[in-house]
Ligand binder design. Structure first.
Ligand code: 5GP
Ligand code: MG
Length: 177
């Protein structure tokens, strides 16, 4: 058990299981995209470790770039405008795979995919390490899923609790007291 700030967490997915699943995702992508160039877009901050381990096992030519989602209040009274920060190259005519640490409600990934589709990519798919089926209410179901997990809070392997725990090699689950 570990402590991060005021909460306790227990190991949930061990390092070896994570690495095995990441390899299996990479193998599926290698076979599905055989002979095609892929542009990987890793969503910061949470996906940095997953993205790093995954792309090391991609065989073909690929590019990797990092994006962040931001929402800000515009001047329009209708409210929030979302944008992708860090997308420097066009996705037009590219095969894009979005790399996420976790898909929960699915709203983040819905926004990202719709912003990307506006730029006419050849294809957009989502590859997420973790997926919470019970919380999901999005339109874009991830095509590649590492682990489907229950609706509880997890940290480690890139995921944080108040910015702590991203460095952990394993995934930990919040211990309910
Ligand atoms: P969404 O609900 O839009 O699918 O997910 C939004 C974001 O919430 C995720 O990208 C992730 O940053 C965060 N999130 C959702 N569930 C968890 C969780 O169990 N642990 C951590 N650390 N972040 C989560
Ligand atoms: Mg995230």
């Amino acid at each position: 058990m570990i402590q991060l700030n005021d909460r306790y967490f227990e190991v949930f997915i061990k390092e070896a299981e994570l690495q095995e699943e990441v390899s299996s995702l990479a193998n599926k992508i290698n076979s599905d995209y055989h002979g095609k160039d892929v542009l990987f877009l890793a969503v910061l901050n949470g996906s940095f470790m997953f993205a790093s381990d995954l792309v090391k096992q991609i065989n073909g030519n690929c590019e990797i770039s990092f994006v962040k989602v931001s929402s800000y209040s515009g001047t329009i009274s209708s409210g929030r405008v979302d944008e992708l920060i860090g997308l420097t190259s066009s996705v037009e005519n590219r095969h894009v795979i979005v790399l996420e640490d976790i898909v929960d409600s699915g709203l983040t990934i819905d926004k990202i995919v719709s912003l990307l589709k506006a730029d006419n990519p050849l294809s957009v798919k989502v590859c997420t390490l973790l997926f919470k089926p019970e919380a999901f209410k999005g339109k874009q179901h991830p095509e590649y899923i590492g682990f489907s997990i229950p609706n509880s809070f997890v940290v480690g392997y890139g995921l944080d609790y108040d910015e702590k725990g991203r460095n952990l090699k394993e995934i930990y689950q919040l211990k309910e007291v």
